[in-house]
Design a protein around this ligand. Structure first.
Ligand SMILES: *Cc1c(COP(=O)(O)O)cnc(C)c1O
Length: 381
């Protein structure tokens, strides 16, 4: 029996040819393809500038550095997120403060953020969880009133929309991931998008060891250029091989989103009559790209979430636990936090169903039938 994977990148010969072309050109580190990918991605996201990075984690870290956040500062984050959202706050020496989330969107709200803001709070990392657009207007209104910066963690959200514009279009700072678990992939990779050109210049410098002139520029100039290092930077660069793949993937992004939304509708239809089951859906303020299609089991479901994962695995279905809760991980043991009731319920009762570009109707039928069998007590087999 072949297993239905939870996610599979949609890669083909075009990506392979683009990567090969970059290799044959002899220019494999950050260069002209990265510059083209940055421009194309920022244009697609409806924002001014893109700064490609090695991952979304480094893009988030770069965002916090640009905001000047460090020791003594608090940054509000959802606990219900991939752990990198909180880790980057620690990476710059600041303290993550966990806020609870909305049960339907799994995102922060102005209310949950307001409940945990302290005098030391400097910023909020607003995650568009699993592609679900966060209500950033509402969050921004709260934050602007209190002098807090907003950094958007759009790791999963390429192709999602918020109030008829791409997610991140209005963001001062938004960070994106190109890991294969997201839609658009470059293997590993990330991007920081920004509206302010001066901040973008500084981001480029911090990404490349604090150099005042990029290596790419130095190597394309005939005259010798003596670079200098204006501040302590990092190596957060993307390679030209990755960017070559990214350019092809970006051209396919809208098709990917359309297909994922069709498949999500297919699941919603197939699961509509399962009593008490909640399936993630668009919020009133936008459209999700369904980076992850998650469902929440009712309290009286006949088996636990983990039993259900095992039940599905036995039937050749690779589902996953829902979004993790960072405060429950050993790395955050003892880290103080307030009320996270919704976070704890969501992380315990949700699971992510397989959804990938080339998924077939028959595969969806198989997943839906297995869930139905489980909902009936799983005794029919
Ligand atoms: C995947 C993910 C990240 C990390 O992305 P990388 O590119 O793997 O560093 C950060 N935040 C969220 C919400 C994610 O889903």
């Amino acid at each position: 029996m072949t297993t239905i994977p939870v996610m599979k990148p949609w890669l083909g010969e075009e990506e392979a040819a683009a990567a090969a072309e970059a290799v044959r050109s002899g220019w494999v580190a950050q260069g002209p393809r990265v510059a083209r990918f940055e421009q194309a991605f920022a244009a697609h996201a409806g924002t001014g500038h893109g700064v490609a990075t090695s991952s979304c984690t480094t893009a988030l870290q770069l965002g916090l550095l640009l905001l000047g956040i460090g020791p003594g500062d608090d940054v509000v984050v959802p606990s219900l997120s991939f752990i990198a959202t909180a880790n980057v706050v620690r990476h710059v020496g600041a303290t993550p403060v966990f806020a609870d989330v909305d049960p339907q969107t799994a995102n922060l709200t102005a209310k949950t953020v307001e409940a945990v803001v302290t005098p030391a709070t400097r910023a909020v990392i607003a995650v568009h969880q699993a592609g679900m657009p966060a209500d950033t207007d509402e969050l921004r209104t709260l934050c602007t009133g209190r002098g807090l910066a907003v950094l958007e963690d759009a790791a999963c959200a390429a192709g999602s929309t918020y109030r008829d514009a791409p997610v991140g279009a209005a963001a001062e700072l938004a960070a994106w991931s190109f890991h294969p678990r997201k839609l658009l992939t470059t293997g590993e990779g990330g991007m920081l998008t920004l509206t302010d050109p001066d901040l973008a210049d500084r981001a480029r410098r911090l990404r490349e060891h604090g150099m005042n002139i990029s290596a790419a520029t130095r190597h394309t100039t005939r005259q010798p250029v003596l670079e200098s290092y204006l501040e302590t930077g990092w190596n957060m660069r993307m390679t030209d091989i990755q960017a070559a793949i990214g350019l092809i993937q970006l051209a396919k992004l809208d098709t990917m989103v359309t297909r994922r939304r069709e498949l999500a509708a297919g699941y919603r239809q197939r699961l509509a009559d399962l009593p008490g089951l909640y399936a993630v859906t668009d919020p009133p303020h936008g459209q999700t790209n369904y980076q992850s299609f998650w469902i929440r089991l009712p309290d009286d479901f006949p088996m636990s979430r983990n039993e259900l994962l095992a039940f599905l695995a036995e039937r050749g279905i690779s589902a996953r636990r829902g979004i993790m809760a960072t405060h429950l991980e050993p790395a955050y043991r003892g880290h103080p936090h307030g009320d996270l009731t919704v976070t704890e319920a969501l992380t315990a009762q949700t699971l992510i169903l397989p959804l990938f570009h080339t998924m077939t109707e028959a595969e969806q039928d198989h997943v839906a039938a297995a869930l139905r069998e489980a909902a009936q007590g799983g005794a029919t087999r």
